[in-house]
Each structure stands twice: as structure tokens, then as C-alpha cells.
Design a protein around this ligand. Structure first.
Ligand code: URA
Length: 236
């Protein structure tokens, strides 16, 4: 299921050594891939490839794909200058360096995908993939029919030249909507609602493409994505 990974990265994870040391191993001809000596760290290897160090097969560290229920007040970067980082919620210290696929603001809650697989997160966040993201939006003012129409049509955000792609709006209560968008512009939902004269007072993402937030996860909890979820997002 995992996408190919650079050989030097795989060895670094598997042996828990820095890339500089990996380079030396490669350079001195101590690494074999499928029985052949490989000196290039930049080659990509697949799940079925056998990587050996001095003829000892290395276990390939599995790529990490997590769903996390982001609590309010956490940032999606590793920088804890202003707020604690979502990465501080991850308990397993042996995890490889992780990043999120689609950031949320510190005051936004809900579905966050966390991984070490850059290609996978690119597929999820790339604007060309047009993946729908659905947000439950609590509003300061009741939503009006004309603003629903504007959001559905696409609107110009402050300082931008291109209108947003058409959104989907489901009204749940006068001040509560589900808004689905296909892009991920900076503070997009808050700016879209501001552009129609409203204000977001709470924001919660509960869906990305075919993945919905597991409701058994309390804020701050996470779990691995299941094989079915991995397949669904791959085929979406
Ligand atoms: N749009 C926003 O304005 N904030 C988020 O966190 C996500 C989408």
C-alpha cells in the first residue's frame, strides 16, 4: 500500500542512524538491494524490495498514516512558539518525522491526517486532486439565502484574483452549516464567510474525500488508518 521510498531514508529509519552514516554504508558497498550492491541513496525502493546490510535483511519501517481528532488550541507545525503542537499528542517516540496532510488553524478542531509519506500527503492536498473537505461551521449570524448562493457560485476572497471553486452548503440550523470545499487556501473557510458578511465562531473539519472522522476518537486521540480507508482515499 505504501508508496516507494528513497533507499537512504529507508535505511536511516530501519537502522535508526543519521543520513550521513547511511551515506558511508552505501559508499563502502555494504548495502544490497535484491542481492545487488547499491551505492545510490536516492534510488526509490518498493515494498517488495529486499534491502540488506552486510547480507542481513533490514526490516522496512512501515509508513505511518494516522487519523487524529485535533483539539482546539494546537498548531499543525512542529513550532511550539505560540501553542502546543499536534505532534506532541503522538505518544510513540519511535515514529519517523511526521507532517500533516492539510493543516488546520489552532482554533479549528477535527479530522487531521498525519503521515511520514510525502507523496501520499501531496495526493491529498494537491489542488489538482480536487478532494472535497467538509467543515461544520458555527456562525456568528444566521446564514442568508443570498450568501448560500454566493458560496455555491464561488466568491472572490480579499486580495485574490481567482474566485473560489463552487462550494456545497448544507444548512443544519440558522447559524450552523456544513460547507464543503475542494481547495485549501489560507484560512479559506473563515475568509469565505467573512466575504459574505458573516463570521465563523467555531470550525470543525469532519471529512476529507471519502474519510470521515472516527467519532470514537476523543479530542487529542488518534489511530492508524484502516486498509479500507487507505484504499478509499487512494481510489477517490
Ligand atoms: N479554513 C479555515 O479558515 N481554517 C481552517 O483551519 C481550515 C479551513
Amino acid at each position: 500500500m505504501a508508496t516507494p521510498i528513497r533507499l537512504d531514508k529507508m535505511i536511516a529509519h530501519s537502522c535508526n542512524i543519521p543520513r550521513s552514516q547511511v551515506k558511508q554504508l552505501l559508499y563502502s558497498g555494504r548495502i544490497q538491494v535484491n542481492g545487488k550492491t547499491e551505492k545510490q541513496g536516492k534510488v526509490h525502493i518498493f515494498e517488495e524490495d529486499v534491502v540488506q546490510l552486510d547480507q542481513q535483511t533490514l526490516a522496512r519501517a512501515q509508513a505511518v498514516y494516522l487519523m487524529l481528532n485535533k483539539p482546539v488550541g494546537y498548531v499543525c507545525t512542529h513550532d511550539e512558539h505560540t501553542h502546543p503542537s499536534v505532534f506532541s499528542l503522538l505518544k510513540d517516540p519511535s515514529m519517523p518525522p511526521l507532517h500533516v496532510a492539510g493543516r488546520l488553524d489552532a482554533d479549528t478542531t477535527g479530522l487531521l491526517l498525519v503521515t511520514d509519506d510525502g507523496q501520499w500527503s501531496h495526493q491529498i492536498t494537491s489542488p489538482n486532486q480536487h478532494k472535497w473537505k467538509t467543515y461544520r461551521v458555527t456562525l456568528a449570524e444566521p446564514i442568508t439565502p443570498s450568501s448560500i448562493e454566493e458560496l455555491k457560485q464561488g466568491i472572490f476572497l480579499n486580495g485574490e484574483e481567482k474566485a473560489t471553486r463552487p462550494a456545497q452548503v448544507t444548512v443544519l440550523a440558522p447559524q450552523l452549516i456544513d460547507l464543503s470545499i475542494q481547495e485549501g487556501r489560507y484560512h479559506q473557510v473563515k475568509r469565505m464567510l467573512a466575504a459574505v458578511g458573516n463570521h465563523v465562531s467555531q470550525l470543525h473539519r469532519w471529512q476529507i474525500g471519502p474519510l470521515t472522522l472516527d467519532e470514537t476518537l476523543k479530542p487529542g486521540q488518534y489511530r492508524q488508518l484502516t486498509a479500507d480507508e487507505m484504499l478509499a482515499i487512494r481510489n477517490a
